[in-house]
Design a protein around this ligand. Sequence first.
Ligand code: SF4
Length: 416
Amino acid sequence: MALLDTTQKLSILADAAKYDASCSSSGTRDRNSRDGKGIGSTNGGGGICHAYAPDGRCISLLKILLTNSCIFDCHYCINRKSSNVRRARFTAQEVVALTLDFYKRNYIEGLFLSSGIIHSSNYTMEQIVEVARSLREDHDFRGYIHLKTIPDADPALIEAAGRHADRISINVELPTVGGLKRLAPEKSEQRIEGAMGQMRTAIEDGADARSRYRSAPVFAPAGQSTQMIVGADAATDRDIVHRAAHLYGRFALKRVYYSAFSPIPDASAVLPLRRPPLMREHRLYQSDWMIRFYGYAPEEVGDAADPATGMLPLDIDPKLAWALRFRDRFPVDVNRAPREMLLRVPGLGPRPVQSILSIRRHRTLRLEDIARLTNSVKRLRPFIVTADWRPLLLGDRADLRPLVAPRQEQLELFAA
Ligand code: SF4
């Protein structure tokens, strides 16, 4: 490996880290002010990315790999052994120094660290843990740390990572076992899920100990998350939704991140030539919200997908797709329906639903009241009943979909 200075390493290892999802922002537009017009950017550049802290704050993270060299050969990965990319490697102390330097200059509020595997899984994990340990113990660093861990590493090392990090990620990589075997043959679903199960136990034990003894050490207080690559294998959206629900349920994950596969230079012949539409990733995030915040069962979200292909529609969001498929559940009377049915009305999110529940304690709601709570009452009308409105035949119309579908230029409701 040629001798590189810190800036060169940073440019290589920050670029290599862009495939790791640490927030759901990959669907947003790339904007910047490099041409001198405007201010700010959606892409911090130089290894700085934006992510959401557990308390909802948007924070800037130094997002880098320790190294982009790897002894594994996962087909979808630009850093795989057989890839022809320029390699670089930071020492643990270089990452510590960079983090502190960026932090003191107020560029970042935390670190997101991942790595290719060098020498062995244990050796790499030791280096990752050493960065976090040194930041916390030698420098009393109190910023946010998100570590990607290696499931093959010694369980004691993964636990050590949890003692220093706020959040731990263990990537499942692909939505199906078949996909993992084909595209990442050196990885094993059993080892990945084994490590996640172990992490769940350690996080819960840590939280339990903290609730009893205030002096008990903090253990990964922001929980664990994972990432799934979408579009590199034949998994359908229905498969992905079911796998995500399984992971949330079994391992109490805080987040499943979906990352649309992007074709890489010198790609392996087993990969698709084209990336899936970014909108597919966005629809999967929306389906994730439906399960986590709107009370849909995973099977119900799967029902929003096309029965023949198993894919969610790209032109409308999955909640609207579900409502159009199950029209017999509508219209919903906003003056009487329980919260869980109100949440199923397309266009009504948790906040307007909460307002409806509060207002109707004092008086009956009319259509104009709903109009004040939403962006487009016109699209909502086929699905609701108010004191002065009932859709009659509107909900049965064969051409309802184009009437309620948003225009093509749609806001990125869930982009972060
Ligand atoms: S182990 Fe990670 S870094 Fe290495 S090839 Fe596989 S995905 Fe890429």
